[in-house]
Design a protein around this ligand. Sequence first.
Ligand code: TRP
Length: 448
Amino acid sequence: MTGSATPRDSWATTLGFFLAAVGSAVGLGNMWRFSYVASQGGGAAFVLLYLLVVAAVGIPLMTSEFVVGRLSQQSPAVALRRLAGPRWAPLGWMFVFCGFGILSYYSVIAGWTMRYAVDAVRNAIPSDTGAYFGTVSAGADALVAHVLFLIMTIFIVARGIKAGLERANLVLMPLLFLILLALALWALTLPGGAAGYAYYLRPDVEKLFNRDVLADGAGQAFFSLSLGMGAMMTYASYLRSKSNLAFEATRIALTDFGVAFVAGLIVFPVIFNFGLQGQIAESTVGALFIALPKGFEQLGRLGDFVDTAFFVMLFFAALTSSISLLEVVVSAVVDRFGWPRPRAAVACGIGAGLLGIPSAYNTNILGAADQVVGNFLLIVGGFFICMLVGYRVYGQADAELGQGLAHAAARRAWGAFVRFIAPAILLFVLYSALPATWQAVRVLLGLG
Ligand code: TRP
């Protein structure tokens, strides 16, 4: 299939695949963005709405990506042309473009978390966390961390699926779950935490009738589940076992939601316990990188421990997501041009490093790139995946899903979601995202 004599690499176990997919989904998006969007969008009422979007769009679309990946056993960049003809080839290359684009700025933020984790271990986070964040987040410091983080990502991806990605996720994800649980239990003991839980989850049903809230929730679900750019498709292309893909998608999506939800149960009690509410109004990143370390500091020696755990967890979450971003690009180069994997990993990693330089120097550019690629293009990609799977190759896709899901009614339901319900929701979200995207394009072009 790759045109070479060596067989294509694959996951050794279903658990390995599951943890890798969860590793891709659980990232910086879960740790802060979910709880922020939820608290603004109606608290507990929003959480229910979010779960509905995950069920109506997230799970059917993840299932679709899995189906195409396992069916083709190839990088999306090659697979779409073979499965659906040359007119679909550009979609595969758009995925590669998105992989590059997201990785370029995601690794800048990941670089901040790495720097924080290292400084937390060394006990060297200064008490003026605002000024510290300013130094760390833009300029030469940010660039150095960005490059170091990419080198680690390249190293893992270069080693391949079994020896690189699977092994890394097998170690890092359970550690992440452990740290997350320990931190959530600790947050329960904070005397002033109750106000934080209330702020996070106070059910505000009225907010739900605001259309921006639905659009935000859908966008968040999409980004958080790593959908719309072939990342899940690529991972499933290394899958041999004929397991039930709809079931896999469901448990991966629920795990991703669980992590996001629990992260909110840590962040808000800390913020309210230490009276840092003022700092969260201004910016979402600011809260994570400025308010939390300030709160941890007030704990004295215990705080040294807690902030290390927190930032190490954040760093793991970022690393397992960025390896999946680089993998999309690398698998395209390996499958299309036949390059050896290590060479492809180094070359693509350098490309993403260069592309990320503007984001490392200017957080406005970082934000604009996130809006255009991480928000808008992913939804465009998701819409076309629905069209591809729901119409162009529906028969083949349904048969592939049938390998492992015998239940005909469940497959028909999946078909209805992929063909009608998910595309309709995605068009609505796309439309709502247009003004912000146009503004961001102007920033990237240096006009606004
Ligand atoms: N899901 C990741 C997070 O929550 C970010 C992400 C979005 C992503 N799209 C992706 C990761 C595609 C890997 C592949 O932070």
